[in-house]
Ligand binder design. Structure first.
Ligand code: KG4
Ligand code: ZN
Length: 398
């Protein structure tokens, strides 16, 4: 099955064209699973949002409108160079400009680019269009959703709605084998630690495609805390990679540790988190010592990363214990953090539990993971009509 996937939940505009076949381990045996990326393109708005220190939903919406057609074109061009011949599809059927315009009535700039594109190119050789329906920034999500509806209408291809968090979960199972991906062997139940700019959750999965959220943040998401703390330290947005780098430098230099931060909720008997107090504690230190020297900033970045890692790891290990989990996976942008991954791996090795992390480059938002989740939904006949398909900002994983 060939899937075209679209992701616009936050500040990355991404499109992936992938070919997938076979089933998932744990469902029907599954070693036959194969996933090949034919075309993959992404336009990041991070530099644009950097000047505001965070993502502005309406700015993101405008940028997705500008970027979607060029990103789609890039993914299709890449795929046309790679594609082996499959029976050529009937290339162009009659499409009405008025109908496409109606579907994109709230995205006029997108329509302006899409219409000439549809006139120029034939229908690509795809079987389904998968799109992120949530969670995320609703104005941003709608652009991708309406774009998917317009393409589905123009090309007569069915739609699949994807939960962005399921994309993050499934990408942790992927392993690159030559030019293809396969899926690693693992055992249920699994605990998923999902840590991104908008989410911090512990999810229990006892069987493929079924999820139960057992813990979450009560205020800021982990990535949001990284971004806010980075801002307090005058580091650019997104702050996670900056803090990761500074903290690593502090550890390598064995720099003196000047500050101590709290580990919020670490001893509470639940799987929830709270990061806003940690951010406030950082602010107090910054205010009390202003202006901070470079060495003080490095030390504070390290202590913040240590504090965050300590609570994330402690609660995850406790969830493993409580639910007898055989494997833990981490997903979401913050799972790119080297220290958090290392600490998790270290603690889990002591309880004989396997840690699964996404392949390099697939921790942060991308459309490949949407194609992957979309494939399993489509293979399970999880298609959705254009009328039913909606963007849902707080879509739950279940
Ligand atoms: O999953 P993602 O790309 O987008 C959302 O769905 O939110 O996550 C983005 C978040 C940002 O807050 C960013 O600062 C954080 O992931 N991030 C990191 C690292 N790389 C990205 N946080 C800590 N360490 C990193 N290396
Ligand atoms: Zn994400």
């Amino acid at each position: 099955m060939r899937i075209l996937a679209i992701e616009t939940s936050c500040d990355e505009t991404a499109v992936c064209l992938a070919e997938a076949s076979g089933d998932f381990p744990g469902r029907a045996g599954g070693p036959d699973f194969r996933f090949t990326v034919l075309g993959n393109a992404l336009a990041s708005q991070a530099a644009l949002h950097a000047q505001y220190g965070g993502v502005y939903p309406n700015l993101a919406k405008r940028e997705h409108q500008k970027n979607l057609v060029p990103v789609l074109e890039q993914a299709l061009t890449e795929s046309s160079k790679k594609q082996e011949t499959r029976d050529k599809q009937d290339s162009r059927h009659q499409i009405s400009k008025g109908e496409i315009q109606t579907i994109l009535s709230r995205e006029p700039e997108l329509f302006e680019q899409l219409w000439p594109f549809l006139e120029k190119y034939g229908r690509p050789d795809i079987d389904a269009i998968a799109v992120t329906a949530g969670p995320g920034l609703e104005p941003a999500l709608w652009v991708g959703v309406n774009f998917a509806k317009a393409l589905s209408h123009a090309w007569g291809v069915p739609l699949v709605a994807v939960n962005h968090m399921e994309g993050h979960v499934l990408s942790a199972f992927l392993r690159k084998v030559g030019k293809e991906f396969s899926i690693i062997n693992f055992q249920f139940p699994i605990i998923a630690l999902l840590i991104s700019g908008g989410h911090t959750e512990i999810v229990l999965s006892k069987e493929f495609g079924r999820y139960e959220r057992i813990g979450q943040t009560r205020d800021d998401a982990a990535g949001e805390a990284f971004d806010k703390v980075a801002r307090l330290l005058d580091l650019p947005y997104p702050g996670g990679p900056e803090i990761d780098r500074l903290a690593k430098e502090a550890r390598e230099k064995d720099a003196p540790q000047h500050f101590k931060l709290p580990r919020p909720m670490i001893n509470e008997d639940n799987f929830d988190f709270s990061f806003s107090g940690l951010k406030t504690a950082v602010r107090r230190i910054v205010e009390a010592h202003a202006p901070l020297s470079d060495e003080q900033k490095m030390s504070l970045a390290r202590e913040f990363e240590d504090a965050t890692a300590d609570v994330l790891v402690e609660k995850t290990v406790r969830a493993v214990d409580a639910h007898g989990a055989q494997s833990v996976l981490v997903g979401g942008g913050v799972s790119a953090n080297v220290h958090i991954k290392r600490e998790l791996a270290r603690r889990l090795s002591t309880v004989d539990c396997q840690l699964l992390t996404p392949p390099t480059g697939l921790s942060t938002d991308n459309a490949l993971m949407i194609a992957l989740a979309g494939y399993f939904r489509a293979a399970g006949d999880g298609y959705i009509t254009a009328d039913e398909l909606r963007a849902v900002g707080n879509l739950k994983l279940q």
